[in-house]
Design a protein around this ligand. Structure first.
Ligand code: GLA
Ligand code: ZN
Length: 684
């Protein structure tokens, strides 16, 4: 069943209610075309009531009932929350927080990733579950742990300190190299014994919080180590699953743009990427699109899953508004449009008690199927069923890449100096928003990705410049492509030490510019930047960061309007010698949306990549393709009805209606058109 349709369903925790209720649940699942259930996410205490006893009676019944009607099962390993006996018997499995406090039993995502006891028992549990349920009919995937790093992104205990030292020994070999990497002569930090190294937290290098550290190099390495320590937990369990099941894909649920874990470091270990989509507000369609693209970029464009989303409300925020009519459908199709092959919910029926008892669900506490929420869930279920396998496994035909880099995110946001209001994701999002509105298909990729297939590559706030990125960006321009870097790019090496040269460091020759000074201002203080290139002019209210640029070969495209640097360059464009007409744009300031759009449109225009709905605000075009057939999703996030001229002929797979290129499409708010475009020469 896995490749026959977009999977639909979600987290189901029937252990919380009596058996007769299960039958009500399954009747409702049938009504809503629910075909996939994620089981066993948090049941460790039941599966293993003490260190020597395992008991699968309850899970046997739950799995048996799920597969009875031919449903797909995503089977979790239950290691995302410790059982009380384990923490009581082995207190060191509890994590130590950033303040340095060893926790006692409570919550979830509560284990120290370096604890040998946790590693042994979590792997053992995963192995026993795999042994018992491998070969279950309809088993679609294994779901290891849950939302790694979900508490506050890690542990800072003595076991982790020891693990950190081991990790550092592997990375640096000698203390001399480590001291060099950490620039340890600063503030007399030269380490003369590995034992002197402690985790960077509020008891050591930090003040105010995770973003304020005296030694960026130490904190950067600790984040890499912690990301790897949790990855080791995932690997422990996956290895045990593989002893019993060689083929069923193994994943874990990520959290989109989640800072504590470098998901790119996990890519090779996941069989597919999946994530939990809980947007922080009601008008987050661009941020969600970016997050989907980040997730798709983890596995080089392979389809991913939405492992969780809420049908109605979340429970964890101070204010939890319901999804407005049509929004669940719109956002679900948006996920599919960006490459999701599964759309799953948290949760199928509302929890009976504890902190998520009012979290939205397909079924409420009464199990009603005559609610608006259920009707919308069921309607979407039948639409997805009707679509069949049309877009399953289809890929995004992107000619634009945006580099996303956890090292740069970490390093830029823990940097003293400049401006703490300039944030990594905000900066990336401002360029992504311009690409999104222009209707460009974008791959959001790690800095190590193959760039040879792209016409346009953007590197916003690529603060840490490592490896051969500068050469590979230059190669894009050498074959006529366009690249863009923004302020703070190229400044630091992989240890977060400054490059001993002009900023933007090794990027300077490609961009033909150097940064002489970096000015900053409070949010809301703007400097009007006039953008002009002969074909048009605009003024952008730039804010936060104002680099004073000295062109060294680049043309001036934008100039500051005020301050002592009024009239000097804020945006430049370089046509490097020897390139096939390629261009390298450098943006030294925080352009507003209009300014970012002005710049980005020019890069896209050079390659014919501005989409057909670029001038219709909040109308999204996302494309997937397979076997030469293009599936164009036109999604209206607008709050008012809009009319557009159809960009192609084809069939709307959601209505069966034939569409002719140029005809008027009337899109009400939340409307979705899924156009299977005719092949060239095919009649409409
Ligand atoms: C996360 C978790 C779920 C649940 C939801 C609630 O995504 O994985 O167990 O807590 O949040 O929104
Ligand atoms: Zn620890």
């Amino acid at each position: 069943m896995t490749d026959s349709k977009i999977l639909y369903g979600g987290d189901y925790n029937p252990e919380q209610w009596p058996r007769p209720v299960w039958e009500e649940d399954y009747a409702a699942f049938d009504k809503a075309s629910i075909d996939t259930l994620t089981l066993n996410v948090f049941s460790w205490a039941t599966l293993q009531p003490d260190e020597d006893t395992y008991d699968f009676t309850q899970l046997d019944a739950i799995v048996a009932r799920a597969v009875e009607g031919g449903r797909g099962v995503v089977l979790a390993t239950s290691t995302g929350a410790l059982p009380p006996w384990l923490a009581h018997r082995h207190p060191e499995v509890e994590r130590t927080d950033f303040q340095g406090r060893r926790h006692v039993y409570g919550q979830r995502h509560n284990a120290c990733p370096s604890s040998p006891v946790y590693r042994r028992l979590s792997a053992e549990l995963a192995g026993r579950i795999a042994e018992r349920y491998a070969g279950t009919p309809g088993l679609v995937a294994w779901h290891v742990g849950n939302e790694y790093g979900g508490f506050d992104g890690g542990c800072w205990c003595d076991l982790c300190a020891a693990g950190f030292r081991d990790w550092l020994r592997v990375r640096y070999g000698t203390l001399e190299r480590l001291n060099e990497a950490w620039n340890a002569t600063f503030w007399s930090h030269t380490f003369s014994d590995w034992a002197q190294i402690v985790p960077p937290n509020m008891l050591s290098e930090h003040w105010r919080g995770p973003d304020h550290t005296a030694f960026q190099g130490i904190t950067l390495d600790y984040r890499r180590f912690m990301s790897d320590a949790m990855l080791a937990n995932f690997r422990d369990e996956k290895a045990r699953i593989r002893e019993h099941d060689a083929t069923t894909p193994v994943t874990t649920n990520f959290m989109g743009m989640f800072r504590p874990i470098d998901y790119h470091r996990w890519a090779g270990d996941l069989d597919f990427a999946s994530w939990d989509n809980y947007p922080p507000g009601q008008r987050e369609h661009v941020r969600m699109a970016l997050a989907h693209d980040v997730m798709r970029g983890i596995k080089a464009g392979d389809p991913f899953w939405v492992m969780e989303q809420t049908p109605t409300i979340t429970a964890s925020r101070d204010v939890n508004p319901v999804k407005r009519p049509g929004v669940l459908r719109l956002w679900s199709w948006q996920a599919v449009a960006h490459g999701a092959d599964a759309v799953l919910y948290f949760q199928m029926r509302q929890s009976r008690g504890a902190c998520e008892r009012y979290h939205g669900a397909v079924l409420d506490h009464a199990g009603r199927t005559d609610t608006r929420a259920f009707r919308e869930v069921a309607a979407l279920g039948s639409e997805l069923a009707g679509l069949g396998d049309a877009v399953v496994a289809a890929r995004t035909p992107a000619r634009v890449a945006l580099l996303f880099d956890w090292d740069s995110w970490w390093a830029a946001e823990m940097t003293d100096g400049f401006n703490r209001h300039a944030r990594y994701v905000d900066t990336v999002l401002s360029y992504y928003r311009a690409l999104w509105q222009a209707g460009a298909q974008v791959d959001v990729v790690p800095t190590t990705a193959d760039l040879t297939r792209y016409d346009v590559v953007l590197a916003p706030m690529l603060h840490v410049l490592k490896g051969d990125v500068a050469q590979r960006l230059a190669a894009v321009t050498e074959r006529g492509g366009s690249v863009l870097a923004s302020y703070w790019s190229g400044r630091a090496d992989e240890n977060a030490n400054a490059h001993l040269m002009d900023a933007p460091g090794p990027l300077a020759p490609l961009f033909g510019v150097r940064v002489e000074e970096t000015d900053s201002a409070e949010p809301g203080v703007t400097n009007p930047v006039t953008l002009t290139d002969g074909s048009g002019e605009a003024v952008s209210a730039a804010e936060l960061v104002f680099e004073v640029l000295v062109p060294e070969g680049a043309d001036v495209v934008g100039t500051y309007g005020t301050e002592f640097y009024a009239g000097t360059p804020a945006v430049t464009r370089h046509r490097p010698a020897g390139s096939e007409g390629g261009e390298a744009w450098y943006v030294g300031t925080g352009l507003d949306d209009a300014g970012a759009a002005w710049v980005v449109r020019r890069l896209l225009d050079r390659h014919g990549l501005v989409g057909p709905y670029a001038d219709v605000p909040d109308v999204e075009l996302a494309v997937r393709a397979k076997d030469g057939v293009r599936f164009a999703f036109v999604l209206s996030h607008a709050t008012e009805p809009v009319e557009v001229a159809a960009h192609a002929s084809g069939v709307d797979l959601l209505t069966g209606r034939a569409v002719r290129a140029g005809e008027t499409l009337r899109l009400a708010p939340t409307d979705v058109v899924l156009l299977r475009e005719d092949l060239p020469g095919e009649a409409a």
